[in-house]
Design a protein around this ligand. Structure first.
Ligand SMILES: NC(=O)c1ccc[n+]([C@@H]2O[C@H](COP(=O)([O-])OP(=O)(O)OC[C@H]3O[C@@H](n4cnc5c(N)ncnc54)[C@H](OP(=O)(O)O)[C@@H]3O)[C@@H](O)[C@H]2O)c1
Length: 338
């Protein structure tokens, strides 16, 4: 048994330069876990929030982890071995997962590595017709879009609000997706189309051709036109950009409509939402192998396409984070490990 592997670890918080490619102990699958030989790792905003010490969060939410830690949550790979009690997967199975989120968000999800041990509940078989890069890119963005729009899938407490997040009907409704070119946005556009919605995609102009290709019925380039100046009577706004500016979307919604900020911190217009009869609701994405198994069918039959912004070898994780910091991501950034 080999006892070391290569991984990208943090020994301190900071800029992309703190991501170090080095030897790390080989993980062992605990009971109920599966050891995965990682082929591809999808990057997500929590990866850079953690790298940076979650500086944008209130101090009481900031982590005090034990270094070194391995960031990352999303992987696609092949089962190397299984822990005690695991019967659903066997060595050689191709799998994908968002591992231990949000349980391990503050300590690192351990995905930026050649091997990661993943709880069976977080794991699903990889869609057969897409490669590891596309499968590894999908989990967090896809689960976020799924849990906001299709099915929450769990009864765990919501850290952002006292009530359960409930998706709303989409068939025949008008849905506006803000940040539509990004990881969550481009998958949300496709899930809303799949469910029969009319979709308005809001993103910078470089994403227009892609959005039309993915089925958006209307495209608004936010760099030249404010959505609230040209759109009315929308049933649902999924704002993947979120923050304080989410409130401007209240005016595009119908009475009885819903505003779902994916990044909810900073929203301060609840009174106005109440006055306008708009439901505001958010949630925090949670790992779910069952939902990834359901969504795998859509990835396999091409109903939902994962768009790749760029790929970098695991050795160049710092460059991948620099790409993320430069913004305007189209789809997903992926690290390749095998
Ligand atoms: N609640 C949860 O559990 C959860 C889960 C996942 C993600 N999130 C949060 O959701 C947000 C999006 O995540 P992501 O993975 O989709 O990020 P991402 O891939 O970086 O996408 C963000 C997109 O927003 C666009 N954008 C930036 N400024 C904009 C603006 N003013 N108006 C419209 N679009 C704008 C960007 O491109 P252009 O500017 O070129 O259009 C980019 O395509 C992050 O804040 C993340 O932390 C929350």
């Amino acid at each position: 048994m080999i006892d070391t592997m290569k991984a990208v670890r943090l020994h301190a918080f900071g800029g992309p330069e703190v991501l170090r490619y080095e030897d790390a102990p080989m993980p062992e699958p605990h009971p109920g876990e599966v050891l995965v030989r990682v082929h591809a790792i999808g990057l997500n905003p929590p990866d850079w929030y953690l790298r940076d010490g979650f500086r944008s969060l209130p101090p009481e939410w900031q982590p005090h982890p034990r270094f070194p830690l391995i960031p990352g949550s999303d992987i696609s790979g092949v089962v190397e071995s299984v822990g005690e009690g695991v019967t659903a997967f066997a060595a050689g199975d191709a799998v994908y997962a968002m591992a231990r989120f949000p349980a391990d968000v503050m300590d690192g999800g351990k995905a930026y590595a050649e091997y990661v041990s993943v709880p069976v509940a977080d794991l699903a078989r990889k869609p057969e017709r897409i490669d590891h890069v596309h499968a590894g890119a999908a989990p967090m963005s896809l689960l976020t879009a799924w849990q906001f729009l299709i099915d929450l899938g769990h009864g765990k407490p919501n850290p952002f609000q006292p009530f359960r997040h409930e998706p709303v009907p989409l068939a025949g409704r008008t849905v506006l997706v803000n940040g539509a070119g990004g990881g969550v946005g481009h998958l949300a556009v496709q899930l809303a189309k799949w469910r029969g919605a009319r979709v308005i995609a809001v993103a910078s102009g470089k994403h227009e051709a892609l959005m039309r290709d993915l089925g958006a019925d209307q495209f608004i380039d936010y760099t030249s036109t404010a959505a609230e100046a040209v759109v009315r009577d929308v049933d649902l706004v999924l704002d993947t950009v979120g923050g304080r500016k989410t409130a401007r979307f209240l005016s595009v919604l119908k009475r009885g409509g819903a505003l779902f900020p994916v990044f909810p911190l900073g929203f301060d217009a609840q009174d106005e939402a109440d006055r306008l009869g708009v439901t505001v609701s958010t949630t925090q994405v949670r790992s779910s192998g069952a939902q990834l198994a359901e969504a795998a069918r859509l990835l396999d039959d091409g109903t939902v396409r994962v768009v790749i912004d760029s790929t970098y070898p695991l050795t160049e994780a710092a460059r991948a984070h620099e790409r993320a910091e430069s913004g305007s991501i189209q789809g997903k950034i992926v690290l390749t490990a095998a």
